[in-house]
Design a binder for this molecule. Structure first.
Ligand code: AMP
Length: 397
């Protein structure tokens, strides 16, 4: 493995797996360019050191069929704007045009290849396909953390063709540093805040975190399964009856490990699932039938805020309520503010998972936390203790 800081790119072609899977509106305008922006330091480093750059990415889910709406040609001008250099485009990621354009590439030039997922071979991790991509370049940089948990051709398999010339870009280096800081060497006390809808989808993360944290806040829709499992009344709130045993097991394990679990004291409830539905606050374990909890109340916010201010490391995954509806976003917003305040007082905060990052962005607080993870699924798999194939492929000798 090489380091992007020290590698000699002079006169070399670098093929970089970036994550340009950006959201586009109906007119192909990029509604959030942050993924392109994130890749800029890596691209600029190669160019500044006298190399040339071949960019490859997926966009959307074309499932092996070329489709105009998933073409990366729509983002060429945005990439040019972000890196301040002209970007050429190859209409197919493999084939004659790609071969001709990559072989003609000169130092300082940038070429973007068409969507990798126009070929099923990409997601299948096909070795021949990976070999074709590898043939364009002298070195390989993986800078797409969001797909690092997938053994795809461009994220994992390709690395074997560069045994001495493979490395992480700055995005992945930043992610790994932030994750290590939070999970492997946390300053104590360490608090994790988990929310979102389902216990079943978060259980392996909860169990992995119990071994690492001092305190755990469980909020959002998944908290009701815990309340109901203990005999509380949750009205029509979200609930997974088949997870009662799991919930009780988590509570027992936390007790055994001395981890304090904090639940919402009171919930903001509605009768109908829409933003303008009249709201009523109930104690979280005494919600009347016909009402469902959609956000944490101010009393719960105060309780959670106190715990967050006492901690030195904070990990947040999952909203505290139905944050997509403005009237039920107050709890998630208050938690974001609390994390920002604790961060300004010296805590290290890592925000992970698509919805928590969406929360932080919605409330314009991205620059007030220590690190926003770009890879929801990849981060969660890392927390669960799984090996990410895209990371392992670079680390392997
Ligand atoms: P997840 O994908 O499991 O992290 O869940 C995120 C989703 O959980 C968001 O779309 C939220 O709207 C939803 N959510 C959070 N709290 C609640 C709640 N109290 N009732 C229903 N859905 C919720």
């Amino acid at each position: 493995m090489q380091s992007i800081e020290n590698y000699d790119f002079s006169g070399k072609k670098a093929i970089i797996r970036v994550d340009f899977n950006v959201p586009l509106d109906g007119n192909f305008n990029i509604t959030d360019p942050s993924r392109i922006r994130a890749a800029v330091p890596t691209i600029k480093k190669v160019l500044a050191k006298g190399g040339s750059v071949i960019l490859m990415s997926h966009l959307g889910r074309p499932k092996g069929t070329p489709q105009d709406k998933f073409s990366l040609k729509h983002i060429v001008s945005a990439v040019e704007k972000e890196i301040g250099t002209k970007v050429d485009f190859a209409n197919d990621c493999i084939g004659e045009e790609a071969i001709a354009k990559t072989s003609a590439l000169k130092a300082g030039q940038v070429l973007l290849l068409e969507n990798l997922r126009f070929y099923n071979e990409e997601e299948k991790g096909n070795e021949e396909f990976a070999k074709k991509l590898a043939s364009y370049a002298d070195c390989y940089i993986n800078d797409a953390f969001g797909t690092a948990h997938r053994a795809h051709a461009s994220t994992t398999i390709i690395a074997k063709f560069f045994p001495n010339d493979k490395m992480f870009g700055f995005v992945i280096n930043g992610e790994l540093d932030a994750i290590k800081k939070a999970l492997d060497e946390p300053k104590r006390p360490f608090i994790a805040i988990l929310g979102g809808s389902k216990v079943s989808s978060k259980i392996t993360i909860i169990e992995a975190l119990l071994k690492k944290v001092d305190k755990l806040i469980i909020g959002g829709g998944m908290s009701f399964t815990f309340t109901a499992a203990q005999g509380g009344k949750i009205g029509n709130s979200l609930c997974e009856k088949d997870q009662y045993e799991t919930a009780l097991r988590v509570l027992a394990k936390a007790k055994e490990l001395g981890v304090e679990i904090l639940f919402s004291e009171e919930e903001v409830c509605v009768k109908e699932f829409n933003n303008d539905s009249p709201m009523r606050v109930f104690p979280a374990n005494e919600i009347e039938d016909g009402w469902m909890g959609v956000d944490i109340s101010s009393k719960s916010i105060a309780k959670f805020d106190k715990a967050i201010q006492e901690c030195k490391t904070i990990l947040w995954n999952g909203p505290m309520g139905v944050f997509e509806m403005d009237n039920f976003a107050k709890g998630s917003k208050a938690i974001a503010e609390s994390i920002a305040k604790s961060t300004s007082n010296g805590a290290f905060s890592l925000i992970g998972g698509g919805d928590s990052v969406a929360c932080i962005n919605k409330f314009h607080m991205a620059d007030k936390v220590s690190y926003n993870s770009t890879g929801g699924g990849a981060l969660l798999e890392y927390i669960e203790g799984k090996t990410l194939p895209g990371i392992a492929a670079i680390l392997e000798k």
